[in-house]
Design a protein around this ligand. Structure first.
Ligand code: OSB
Ligand code: MG
Length: 373
């Protein structure tokens, strides 16, 4: 395959409900949408789901825009590839910038699978017909507000809820949600807000064993693999890594150290579907469980996450809610929806399985560029 044009759009959508994590609060999300085409006019779409601020990772929308325009798009335009899994060879020399890479990699998978008329999920060797969905709930002003949010999604059929936690917002919300929903699959995500060497932090984390959680996600800073291993040795609840794992070498180190038992696989954080699929293979071979995480994706990135979650090892519910949890109007048709807490995998439609509303994307774009071969 040979990509002959790369077009990019900066698009911002308002969130239906403000989202707060241990680091900050947001009311809208800006992502970069990537449209590639080949000489036959086949089109593929990808989404660069980097946050605007460098609080989750060092990337931002601005750095992604720059790397895409200056490095990734030019490299792709001179690269010939057979399989979508080989497209990423175009940028093998470029270190880091995984969110930017993930959007281009996704567009290549979409283009190749549309060209051959197969679904992305079947091209990835997916098997699951639906992905069990879970919602990720931000830090709320009060525990009562949180319980209202949890009730809303439980009533909609979601069977798993993830709570964002931070020091001083951990035991109380966990206890309250567990008391109100004894059978709910419940897990927490600290986004690295704790330190192993802080006695209060450690006490709060160890206390979480009382609430029957599926997992505790990323308690410590990304580089703190040894601290995660020390915590896992003392905690019954499985430790899950998110920000710590950007590539397969870090995953190898985490497995070797026993820094957890579960991996949150995000297409964006791992630099694309190609690496994410390998992470699934390596983690499950080592006896870790995996699940599909999200970055508040619009419909393109969300569809890619659903396709990835069709792989057999995705045994835990993902952050795969319908796009209506976040956005009143999405940029794809049909929109992505959960039914009884599950998102169906569209094996019967080519590529991502959802058509991009190009007119809507163009009308929303605050900035665009096109590069051609
Ligand atoms: O840590 O999983 C995270 C959103 C933005 C940045 C980091 C995270 C998240 C989420 C949202 O938890 C999950 C979703 O997209 O539903
Ligand atoms: Mg996380």
């Amino acid at each position: 395959m040979q990509v002959t044009s790369v077009e990019a759009f900066r698009v911002e959508l308002p969130l239906v409900h403000e989202f707060e994590t241990s680091s900050h609060r947001k009311s809208s999300i800006e992502h970069i949408l990537v449209r590639i085409a080949d000489a036959d006019g086949v089109v593929g779409w990808g989404e660069i789901a980097s946050p605007s601020d460098p609080f989750y990772s060092s990337e931002t929308v601005d750095t992604c825009w720059l790397i895409l325009r200056r490095h990734l798009a030019p490299a792709l335009l001179v690269h010939t590839w057979e399989e979508p899994g080989d497209a990423s060879r175009a940028w093998a020399r470029i270190r880091g910038h995984n969110f930017a890479k993930a959007g281009v990699d996704m567009a290549c998978w979409d283009l190749a699978t549309r060209a051959s008329g197969v679904s992305l999920a079947s091209a990835l060797d997916g098997e699951r017909t639906s992905a069990v969905a879970g919602v990720s709930l931000g830090i709320e002003p009060t525990v009562d507000d949180l319980l209202t949010e949890v009730s809303k999604y439980v009533d909609e059929g979601y069977r798993r809820v993830k709570l964002k936690i931070a020091p001083a917002w951990d035991e109380e919300p966990s206890r309250a949600v567990r008391a109100a929903f004894p059978d709910l699959m419940l897990q927490v995500d600290a986004n690295g807000a704790y330190r192993y060497d802080d006695a209060d932090h450690l006490r709060s984390l160890l206390a979480l064993d009382a609430y029957g959680l599926l997992l505790v996600e990323q308690p410590f800073a990304p580089g703190a693999l040894a601290a995660h291993a020390r915590l896992q040795a003392r905690l019954q609840t499985p430790v899950c890594l998110d920000e710590s794992i950007d590539d397969l070498d870090q995953l190898d180190s985490a497995i070797e150290l026993g820094a957890g038992k579960i991996l949150n696989i995000k297409t964006s954080r791992m630099g694309g579907l190609t690496v994410a699929r390998r992470a699934h293979d390596a983690a499950t071979a080592a006896g870790w469980q995996v699940w599909s995480g999200g970055m508040h994706e619009f419909g393109i990135g969300r569809a890619a996450n659903v396709a990835l979650a069709s792989l057999p090892g995705f045994s835990l519910p993902g952050d795969l809610s319908g796009s209506d949890k976040y956005y009143a109007r999405d940029i794809v048709d049909p929109p992505i929806r959960a039914h009884d807490g599950e998102v169906p995998v569209p094996y019967d439609r080519p590529g991502l399985g959802h058509e991009v509303d190009e007119e809507f994307v163009r009308s929303l774009a605050s900035e665009t560029f096109v590069l051609t071969a």
